[in-house]
Design a protein around this ligand. Structure first.
Ligand SMILES: [Zn+2]
Length: 503
């Protein structure tokens, strides 16, 4: 293929200096020396692929140019496609004639001889358009010696052909989510861990599909309810209490919520990104094909020529230019754009919890009235009465259980900064946190003591012991000190191993 011996030698060193061992019954075995391929995941491999397929690309373009291979046009005037190549997936298009398919085969043969690569016929399939006659189908299949496919095959993990039933085409996304969730023994995971799994793993599953397709709304709802049930936990068929509405949980973290993704919105955002590409990359094959097929006489967003979001914002007063927004978008869209808050600098001060996920999750739930206190259980008709078990007088609301109950006097009176609770007369936990913050008291200590009180309360439920009040403060302080030390050592570590040349 015209590479110099020195270059080939360098590449082969990358291949041959690697050795592999494989785990057999948990023990590494063998020193396997590869001869044919570069290490998987090596950053060089996509470049090597590009360099090699450049010649295949050239051969196919040449054949198309000379009219030997016709390719496939999506519609009249659309540029004909002869091939689409990506990583280990290649799609080749030609007319359904023996002559053209033989041409394609010849090209692959020449490429194979030059590059040393060969067609893997067991991984190759052929697809005919509906108008192809059965006779010619059989002849071509015989000549190419590859099997025919009918429906729902995938290209890059995405369905390449869409049937009438869109939901059936994408059902695999839901099945993958379901399988993952089944794999995790949900009852053994804390809610904080489930949060991480949902965000890092589950919500990532449909991303590649959603980047290119609009998932049916019904499917999004089904996936949402799978995730929701996992988040709140479920024992067998019995559904657990869903303490907070899912829509609320999808609000961003900076508004004090969980920041889960709303799948349908997420999907729209991804597709908007594709529209953005169609606005700005007008040399791409993607643009040329789509323009002819879908918007031959205008832009993808009519009237929006090379626009930027910043053009829609008044730079001095940092607000949306309402007239312009209304002029460019439909009323509904304009309302959505105008409802997006713009950042004013300087950014306002916020309370940020530097805590372990468990404590953070607990405090979030306490603020949301989403912990199973007797009062909350009564509201949901799970209990018939809500009297506090410790004082036996008042109803056990979240604020009562963690803060107001007279039996907690001993704990709070010895907690520095909170000796006189009547000073901080708050109605709920959210208020209390804000007041604590305003009065510059120790919010961390408050959170840790509350978390420990709740922890002890729940352990008591299982036994008949008395509330170990003396231990609460001690435990909370220890946990807090431990946490602060670990944070401190992290900062020190970062400082010690930071970039040396900066010093
Ligand atoms: Zn009480």
């Amino acid at each position: 293929m015209g590479f110099t011996a020195h270059w080939i030698n360098l590449m082969m060193l990358c291949v041959k200096t690697v050795t592999y061992s494989i785990l057999v019954n948990g023990e590494p075995k063998g020193m396997i020396i590869p001869t044919r391929g570069i290490r998987q995941g090596d950053p060089l491999s996509p470049f090597l692929f590009l360099l090699c397929t450049k010649s295949l690309n050239g051969l196919l373009n040449n054949a198309a140019h000379q009219g030997h291979v016709k390719g496939y046009s999506l519609c009249r005037n659309s540029p004909p496609l002869t091939h689409l190549l990506f990583a280990d997936d290649s799609l080749l298009f030609c007319r359904a004639t023996i002559k053209e398919s033989q041409r394609v085969l010849d090209i692959l043969d020449v490429y194979g001889k030059c590059s040393g690569q060969q067609i893997n016929r067991s991984k190759t399939t052929i697809f005919f358009s509906k108008s192809t006659k059965v006779d010619s189908r059989n002849q071509i299949k015989l000549a190419l010696r590859v099997p025919e496919i009918i429906q729902y095959e995938k290209y890059l993990g995405l369905p390449s052909l869409m049937g009438r039933n869109k939901k059936a085409s994408f059902n695999y996304t839901k099945e993958r989510v379901w399988k993952k969730l089944q794999g995790w023994k949900e009852k053994l995971l804390s809610q904080a861990r489930r949060e991480i799994l949902i965000k890092a793993v589950i919500q990532a599953i449909p991303i590649s599909t959603m980047s290119y397709f609009k998932l049916p709304v019904g499917l999004c709802l089904e996936i949402k309810s799978l995730i929701r049930r996992f988040w709140w936990g479920q024992k067998g068929e019995r559904r657990k209490v869903h303490w907070v509405k899912w829509d609320t949980l999808c609000l961003p973290k900076k508004e004090g919520e969980m920041g889960f993704k709303d799948l349908a919105n997420f999907n729209d955002a991804f597709l908007a990104k594709q529209a953005w590409r169609l606005l700005h990359n007008k040399d791409s094959l993607f643009y040329r094909v789509f323009k002819m097929k879908f918007f031959p006489n205008c832009n993808i967003v009519p009237g929006f020529e090379d626009g930027r979001v910043s053009d829609l914002i008044n730079p001095c007063i940092r607000t949306w230019d309402e007239n312009l927004v209304h002029g460019l978008f439909l009323p509904e869209e304009a309302a959505m754009v105008l409802s997006i808050p713009l950042s004013h600098t300087p950014v306002e001060e916020k309370i940020i919890w530097p805590f372990t996920p468990s404590v953070r999750n607990f405090m979030w739930r306490a603020c949301k009235e989403a912990i199973p206190t007797k009062h909350n259980l009564l509201k949901r008709k799970i209990l018939n009465e809500d009297k506090c078990e410790h004082c036996g007088v008042e109803s056990e609301t979240t604020a009562h259980a963690l803060w107001n109950c007279s039996t907690m006097d001993e704990i709070w009176e010895s907690t520095s900064g909170f000796e006189d609770r009547s000073q901080l007369g708050a109605l709920n936990i959210m208020d209390l946190i804000n007041l604590t913050h305003e009065k510059r008291k120790n919010v961390d200590l408050l959170a840790m003591v509350m978390w420990t009180i709740w922890h002890q309360r729940n352990q008591l439920h299982a036994s008949s012991n008395v509330f170990p009040k003396a231990q609460v403060l001690q435990q909370a302080s220890q946990a807090l000190t431990k946490f602060q030390q670990s944070q401190q050592s992290l900062t020190n570590h970062a400082a010690a191993t930071g970039p040396q040349h900066c010093a």
